[in-house]
Design a binder for this molecule. Structure first.
Ligand code: HSE
Length: 399
């Protein structure tokens, strides 16, 4: 018997118990022994829940039980989740996590602890929910030098941008609809300001580079400034707007990361990713481009990835599966001379004044009294030095 414990009986934790139960024959056969949930750690009691008898409040009950060999950490956060994960790994218990915040901050250390104690730390569900992208990067693509990872990594913001596009609606009213439908949290800050995407692109860039990419150092811009006229003007010029997390790796192994909305040509596969779906576009030096697409969030999609990690942990026993990364900070690329083309939105009256700020520009039309144009390539440092008093919004073109 493979005894599993679940830390945190929230949405994903419940999903993990459900997947292990519903697919028990498949999960057990793939693991090489019967898989069973022995404990669930939570502060609450869940009276009447079918798994009520498995609830414990003291983590030490689980950590000190030699029968438990695998833990699913679905608590979230970097406080108790960090302490409990480390304690479990130090006892040789493998941990399978959906906690992107913890992986982004302490992943390298926790993988090291796992290795030292003959167990494994796995976290497929932390990026792209049910999309098997970390496993792909660390198995199928290991012969590649990955030079770029660009992803739509947040379902909430992709839902909002898609709805604004389909319904011609503004940001605030669409956010409200997303909250009513359960696609956005009551406090949506981490999603709409891009912090969730920053954590996920950090983890992907950690794997790409082999070194620590601190999510706090990722230049991050969310979608709150996007207006329905941006979407209409972009659409008229053949673009969609998507929030991307991007990691670029250069020949000298330096890495540049960024989270920002981008205008993406409608023919690009990332532009076709709609609603709550996620997609990760990976460029390798030999293989070229590949894209991984699917449900990036949600109870069962995320739980499915956690349980796949449980199976891996069971199969590999004491070996560490992921190639991982070390704790050395990655070399940051000097991006001051990097150039991008921009979409610019201004009021019609200010269009001439705004265009005069750029060496080259192409008009793309007028919508709701707003004029849009696309600039020629401009460096980051030049953009920083611009007098932006008449500019209402500037969004990079993805290329
Ligand atoms: N809030 C996240 C999203 C959940 O919208 O993608 C999954 O990490």
């Amino acid at each position: 018997m493979i005894h599993v414990a679940v830390f945190g009986y929230g949405t994903v934790g419940k999903g993990v118990v459900e997947v292990i139960d519903r697919n028990n024959d498949i999960v057990s056969a793939a693991s090489g022994d019967k898989v069973s949930v022995k404990y669930i750690l939570d502060l609450l009691d869940f009276p009447g829940d079918p798994n009520e008898a498995k609830i414990v409040h003291d983590v030490n009950v689980i950590i000190s039980d030699p029968e438990v060999s695998i833990i699913c950490e679905t608590m979230g956060g970097t406080g108790a989740a960090y302490k409990f994960t480390k304690a479990a790994l130090e006892q040789g218990k493998s941990v399978c996590s959906s906690n992107k915040e913890l992986v982004a901050k302490h992943g390298a250390e926790l993988m090291k602890v796992a290795k030292e104690h003959g167990c494994t730390y796995l976290f497929e569900a932390s990026v792209g929910g049910g999309i098997p992208v970390l496993r792909t990067l660390t198995t199928a693509l290991t012969a590649e030098r990955i030079t770029r990872i660009a992803g739509i990594l947040n379902g909430t913001t992709n839902f909002i941008l898609t709805k604004m596009e389909e319904e011609g609606a503004g940001f605030d009213e669409t956010l409200k609809t997303a909250q009513e439908l359960g696609y956005a949290e009551s406090d949506p800050t981490a999603d709409i300001e891009g912090h969730d995407t920053a954590r996920k692109i950090s983890i992907l860039s950690d794997i790409m580079s082999g070194h620590f990419v601190d999510s706090d150092n990722v230049p991050t811009e969310g979608i709150t400034k996007i207006d329905k006229s941006d979407i209409a003007l972009a659409s008229g010029a053949g673009f969609k707007i998507r929030l991307l997390g991007i990691g670029d790796r250069y020949d000298d192994d330096s890495v540049r990361t960024m989270v920002a909305p981008f205008l993406i040509e409608k023919g690009h596969p990332l532009a076709g990713v709609c609603d709550v779906f996620n997609a990760i576009f990976v460029t390798g030096n030999i293989l070229g481009d590949t894209m991984y697409y699917g449900k990036g969030a949600g109870k069962l999609a995320t739980a499915s990835a956690v349980v796949a990690d449980v199976i891996d942990a069971a199969r590999k026993g004491s070996s560490t599966m992921y190639c991982g990364w070390d704790e050395t900070p990655v070399k940051a690329a000097d991006s001051s001379s990097a150039k991008s083309r921009y979409f610019v939105r201004v009021s019609e009256a200010d269009a001439a004044k705004a265009k005069a700020l750029f060496e080259a520009s192409t008009d793309i039309g007028v919508s709701d009294g707003k004029a849009g144009f696309i600039t020629g390539p401009v460096s980051d440092s030049a953009v920083e030095g611009l007098d932006k008093s008449v500019i209402e919004n500037m969004i990079r073109i993805y290329e």
